[in-house]
Every structure is written in structure tokens, then in C-alpha cells.
Design a protein around this ligand. Structure first.
Ligand code: SF4
Length: 383
């Protein structure tokens, strides 16, 4: 029988002050009246499932823990909107079933305009030691285009509050390829972000998701920056962060040495993890499942799970995920699962290497900066 080997938990907090027009996450505005019931459902899900996991492990509840946690990630949504008392109880529930590693990375996502000194100090006292701030841009015009309700000043205030609460392990989320964004304005955002000495930066190109207001607003692709310009912006980012000593360890993620996100590496290294909350996805015992995404339905039925993937996709997924990392992926694994012949693969790898898209040896393939940007196209050709 397989055992649960997961050492990470993701907790989803779906409440936001307002809904951003590009966002397709499981998050809702104006549902604060459901916070109390949501957390009761969350505690109930944790209790119900963790008891089942313990039974599965054939251990005795109350006397043995499921695993030793290396990471907890409280994401959303906007977790920084929520009163610390809810998290106090949440950690109580988690600690009933899990040991927390001495160096457990506990991340909470926070949005500018919702961060207060009192809450932040309490989060820190509860054990939160890493804050990921949804800065998105340090240009007020770009924030308006994105439909964000916060200002640059709100972001700077939030960073200062987090630091004064004693949490220095800060990630800043940024978005590029926003309509109207120039190279200069993107450089200014990067430089301003760097001034605040974050340990980690995540930067994503704006994607127009189906069923969002942006899908209607930007239905004409000509109103969006094209791929070449997006790559120019990506290069500006990579160069600036490289010059400032960040390791570009994943397509969209850059860290000072030792501050790579342990939690997110769990996903990219295809390790298993627990997850709780509405729409939360988990990977346990070789199976990927997710919770009900609708908030009210989740509150009514927090333990229901839907299977999202069968284990046969495992190796394909391994390449998809590890190709995102600077360490790359095994060439042997590619040969084993690709539909293409070894001869074709050898030729296409040589061709892509000449084009500066990847580097490869007898064992590994790793994508260059340009290759990372074109990751999907490259994998399509290889697989
Ligand atoms: S704050 Fe984040 S999660 Fe909430 S609506 Fe905006 S992008 Fe989505």
C-alpha cells in the first residue's frame, strides 16, 4: 500500500475586497457575511479528511501525526483580509494532525490596501514567516488599467508594515504585458520593487482568461502587447533581477539565494501535498483531486472531492513541470514518453540549441531565458 508522503499544505481563502477584471481564481468580493461559515466548513474539512488520512495510515488518532510539514501556504483570494482569530483556530486544527518542521515555511498572501499592523503582528505570532504581496505594478496608471483598487502608496505601506512586524521574507507579485505598458514603465516598476529589497519576485505576463471581464474588453488581440514585445519585457526583467543577484529558478520566479519558495517547488518537483478550502487542488497517493469551486456549495459540502487526473499522466506532467525549472529535466524521460523518434529528438534538440532556446547534455535538458519564455511551444515540438 502506498503511504502519504506529503509535507506541504495549501489552504485557500476565497475572499477579496473587490474582484479584479482579469482574475479567474476561486475568489469573490462582497461575501464577507460567509467568512464565519466558510471557516467552520474549512475546520470541518480538515478534521474529517485528516481523520481519514490517519485511518488510511493505520495510525491511532490523537497519538500520532500524519506527517512533518515543511510548508504551509495560505493563498487566495486575499487571506490578509481575515481576522487572525480564524487562523489561530486553523493552526490549532492543523497541529492536531501534523507536526510542523522547525523551519516550516509558512506563507500568507496579502494584498495592498488590506494589510494592517495589528493583523500582521498576530499572523507573525501564529508562525507566518513569509508574505507574498500582490503588488502587480509600481505605476498607478497600470494599476488602474488592471482594475486594481490599490495604489502604489498602498503597496509601499504594506511592505513597510510587513517588515515592521518582523517578516523580512517577502515576495512581490508583478504583472507585465499589460496594455499600455512601455519598456520604461516596466523598468521603473522593477527598479521600485528592488528598492524594497524583496527576497523573491514572481512576475507573470497578463493572460486574458475566458469568462472574465477582460475577455470582453480585450476581445481584439491587437489591443494587447504582441509576443515579441512581451519577450522584450521579460528580458528586461530577467536582466535586472540577474544584475541584482536573484536566481531565475523558475520561468516566472526569481529568488535571492536560499529564498526559493519551498512550497511552490513542491508543485514543480511533482511532490505530493494536502489542500483544503473551496476549489483547492491536492495531490495525494498518486491522485490529483480538487474540492468544489462554488463557495456556497463548498460550505454545504466541504469534504466532497472530484478526481482531476489519472496517474497515467505522471511522466508527461513531470516533464511539463520540471521544464519550468532552471535545473531542467531528464533527456531519458523525454525519449521514453515522446511520440517522436530518437533521431527526430536529437535533431530538434540540436536545432533548438543553435537557436539559443535550450542547453542539453547526455542527461539533462534545460531551457535558456528565451526557451523559458517559449516553454509551451518547445514542449509541443518535443512531445
Ligand atoms: S486580489 Fe487577487 S485573487 Fe482577488 S480578485 Fe484580485 S487577482 Fe483575484
Amino acid at each position: 500500500m502506498k503511504m502519504l508522503s506529503a509535507e506541504s499544505i495549501y489552504i485557500h481563502i476565497p475572499f477579496c475586497k473587490t474582484k479584479c477584471p482579469y482574475c479567474d481564481f476561486a475568489s469573490w468580493a462582497n461575501k464577507e457575511n460567509l467568512i464565519e461559515r466558510y471557516f467552520q466548513a474549512l475546520y470541518s474539512e480538515i478534521n474529517h479528511k485528516c481523520t481519514a488520512y490517519l485511518n488510511f495510515l493505520k495510525l491511532i488518532p490523537q497519538s500520532t501525526k500524519i506527517s512533518n510539514l515543511k510548508t504551509i501556504f495560505i493563498g487566495g483570494g486575499t487571506p490578509s483580509l481575515i481576522h487572525p482569530d480564524y487562523y489561530s483556530k486553523l493552526f490549532e486544527e492543523i497541529k492536531k494532525y501534523f507536526n510542523l518542521d522547525d523551519h516550516c515555511e509558512i506563507t500568507m498572501e496579502a494584498n495592498p490596501g488590506t494589510v494592517t499592523e495589528d493583523f500582521m503582528k498576530s499572523y507573525k505570532n501564529l508562525g507566518v514567516n513569509r508574505i507574498s504581496i500582490g503588488a502587480q505594478s509600481f505605476n498607478d496608471d497600470i494599476l488602474k488599467i488592471l482594475g486594481r483598487k490599490h495604489s502604489v502608496k498602498d503597496t509601499i505601506d504594506a511592505i513597510n508594515i510587513v517588515k515592521s512586524a518582523g517578516i523580512l521574507n517577502i515576495n512581490l507579485d508583478l504583472i507585465f504585458s499589460v496594455p499600455g505598458m512601455t519598456k520604461t514603465c516596466w523598468s521603473e516598476t522593477i527598479n521600485e520593487a528592488l528598492k524594497h529589497e524583496p527576497k523573491h519576485i514572481s512576475a507573470y505576463s497578463l493572460i486574458i482568461e475566458p469568462n472574465t471581464p477582460f475577455e470582453t474588453i480585450y476581445s481584439n488581440p491587437k489591443t494587447l502587447p504582441d509576443g515579441d514585445f512581451a519577450f522584450e519585457l521579460y528580458s528586461v526583467l530577467c536582466q535586472a533581477l540577474n544584475n541584482h543577484g536573484f536566481r531565475h529558478y523558475e520561468i516566472s520566479n526569481f529568488a535571492k539565494s536560499g529564498y526559493e519558495s519551498v512550497h511552490n517547488l513542491t508543485y514543480w518537483l511533482q511532490k505530493e501535498y494536502f489542500a483544503f478550502g473551496t476549489g483547492a487542488h491536492r495531490y495525494l497517493n498518486g491522485l490529483r483531486t480538487c474540492n468544489i469551486r462554488n463557495l456556497e456549495d463548498y460550505i454545504e459540502n466541504p469534504t466532497q472531492e472530484i478526481i482531476t487526473e489519472y496517474p497515467s499522466d505522471h511522466n508527461f506532467e513531470k516533464i511539463m513541470l520540471s521544464s519550468r525549472l532552471d535545473n531542467g529535466f531528464d533527456i531519458e524521460l523525454l525519449r521514453n514518453i515522446s511520440q517522436k523518434s530518437d533521431f527526430y529528438i536529437e535533431n530538434i534538440l540540436n536545432e533548438m540549441s543553435k537557436e539559443g532556446l535550450l542547453e542539453f547534455s547526455d542527461e539533462k535538458i534545460s531551457l535558456t531565458e528565451k526557451g523559458m519564455f517559449l516553454n509551451n511551444e518547445i514542449l509541443l515540438k518535443l512531445l
